[in-house]
Design a protein around this ligand. Structure first.
Ligand code: FAD
Ligand code: AMP
Length: 479
């Protein structure tokens, strides 16, 4: 019996929809099953990223940043604004429009590429079949040569803080508040907690962040994390480390949050509470038992370096498999798998995937941290350069932060670049390209950068690897 489709993809987030488009480009007959239904009850493509993740959070970060700037920093530029008012409903409507424009854009791309979109839930069956349960309950079975599983992830819920209406919310709920909470609690000072906490602080909330770990942002370079904590506290984010939330009680006067730290047990009362304690793979019910799909102990689909599962011709990509839970990581995997299926030689370099935190200042890095190199006993050199010495940063009136380039002591190859400062979500791409091309710090130092740009700080940090940075004083020589 001939198969209906060359490829059936389950999930249309940035992993699944990119895989679908690349498969179609390669001439494969492609279908994509996705169960997402938006707040307007309409099915939408784009998954977490477009609907309740990267895009709406960045829309609100942008709007809230403009509000904060006009209220606080424009005066330094000689611009006085009076009567500034926040229209939260309009801000939210703008965010919703950004989302719907983009999700409709993906629908347009599916159409243009001849990809068949099935709206409903997909479940892997034996022999590369996928059972589709449509939103009205109707069932059908798709028969494919290859299946790509891209079901993504969902917010972790904890017994200490069960979600409650619009009072105790996850990250999705935190993108929908109808008014600015006077006092806002955030459980978890990770990437998502920091971004959402920043949005509401800029819009006027007093924000208390309770983080169970003693160390702040342990995934980032220690020096950068230390500077970030200093900046965030200075802005008024009340970040309490070593504070483990043990229970919450929602009442008429808000939420009483109980937490423990080294000094004992405390209660903090807030109007709204965001639970941002991480995400877990959405693999429950993804495959019928008879299919025999192997998951690991945390529920991630087990895959090899080419995203092959334990089943022939079944692949898995994105947040549902090992590696960082980032949209661009899943998209790259989607492209790689499509090319592998089409018989091409495709690989992915997991060593230089950039991470970005879109706070102010932004934090971005790629490659290894200094603490990881120390732990591994690798010898390295470091060059750093502060934005305080950058002409462009001064002209912009925003010169907090620094760039740090780490290079192998023997080969000079760039092993890691860590940045904290304005617009470093854009700057980090330069480091990723350098690392992808296996550049040395000398290669970066020899490159001509335009003046005046923030990028010059990368050049100067590369020069600083062997003490040649121009715009900072040399280390004092001992007499
Ligand atoms: P998802 O985007 O989760 O998409 C999976 C899709 O599959 C969904 O539509 C889901 O409904 C569907 N699905 C699941 N199971 C089935 C099934 N059985 N049948 C049919 N359909 C199914 N990442 C970044 O890189 N940058 C950021 O700035 C960023 N910001 C974020 C901000 C927030 C608030 C959040 C929550 C996340 C953020 N992320 C960010 C993470 C990013 O959203 C995820 O890494 C990314 O969406 C994962 O892509 P994915 O395709 O694997 O899964
Ligand atoms: P991330 O995984 O980057 O989204 O960060 C989630 C953060 O939430 C982690 O740093 C966890 O330590 C933190 N966390 C998890 N459970 C709790 C809890 N009960 N109280 C406070 N913080 C928590």
């Amino acid at each position: 019996m001939s198969k209906q489709y060359d490829v059936v993809i389950v999930g249309a987030g940035p992993a699944g929809y990119v895989a679908a488009i690349r498969c179609a480009q390669l001439g494969l007959k492609t279908a994509c099953v996705d169960k997402w239904v938006g707040a307007d009850d309409q099915p939408a493509l784009g998954g977490t990223c477009l609907n309740v993740g990267c895009i709406p959070s960045k829309a609100l970060l942008e709007s809230s940043s403009r509000y904060e700037d006009i209220s606080h920093t424009y005066a330094d530029h000689g611009i006085t604004a009076s009567g500034v008012k926040l229209d939260l409903a309009k801000m939210m409507a703008r965010k919703d429009k950004v989302v719907s424009d983009l999700t409709q854009g993906i629908a347009g791309l599916f159409k243009a590429n001849g990809i068949k979109w099935f709206q409903g839930s997909g479940q892997l069956q034996p022999n590369q079949q996928v059972k589709v349960t449509a939103h009205d309950g109707a069932e059908s079975v798709l028969d494919a040569i290859h299946v790509i599983l891209a079901p993504g992830s969902s917010s972790v819920e904890i017994a200490a803080a069960p979600l409650k209406d619009d009072v105790i919310v996850d990250s999705s709920g935190a993108l929908e508040f109808k008014e600015v909470p006077k006092r806002l609690g955030v459980i978890g000072a990770g990437v998502i907690g920091l971004e959402l906490g920043s949005v509401w602080r800029r819009l006027g909330s007093e924000v208390v962040m309770l983080e169970a770990q003693e160390s702040f942002l342990p995934v980032a370079d220690e020096q950068i994390a230390k500077e970030a904590l200093r900046q965030f506290k200075r802005q008024g984010l009340d970040i309490r480390l070593g504070a483990r939330v043990v229970s919450c009680e929602a009442g008429n006067k808000g939420v009483a949050v109980q937490y423990q730290d080294s000094k004992g047990e405390h209660t903090e009362t807030v109007d709204k509470l965001i639970v941002a304690v991480g995400r877990r793979p959405s693999t429950n019910g993804l495959a019928a038992d008879e299919a025999g799909l192997l998951l690991d102990e945390w529920g991630f689909v087990h895959v090899d370096e080419h995203c092959r599962t334990n089943l022939p011709s079944v692949y898995a990509i994105g947040d549902a498999v090992r590696g960082p839970m980032l949209a661009h990581k899943g998209s790259e995997e989607g492209m790689m798998v499509a090319e592998v299926i089409a018989g091409q030689k495709a690989e992915m370099n997991y060593d230089s995937i950039p991470s970005v935190i879109y706070t102010h200042p932004e934090i971005a890095w790629a490659g290894v941290t200094e603490q990881a190199l120390k732990a591994a006993g690798t010898e390295y050199n470091v060059g750093s350069f502060p934005f305080a010495a950058s002409g462009r940063a001064h002209a912009a009136g925003d010169s907090t932060g620094m760039v740090k380039v780490i290079a192998d002591a023997k080969t000079d190859r760039v092993l890691g670049v860590h940045i904290i400062g304005a617009h470093c979500s854009e700057l980090i791409a330069q480091a990723v390209i350098a690392m992808e091309m296996r550049a040395s710090s000398e290669d970066l130092a020899m490159t001509v950068f335009a003046h005046p740009t923030l990028s010059e700080a990368i050049h100067e940090a590369a020069l600083a690897v062997d003490g040649r940075a121009i715009h900072i004083a040399p280390p004092r020589k001992r007499k």
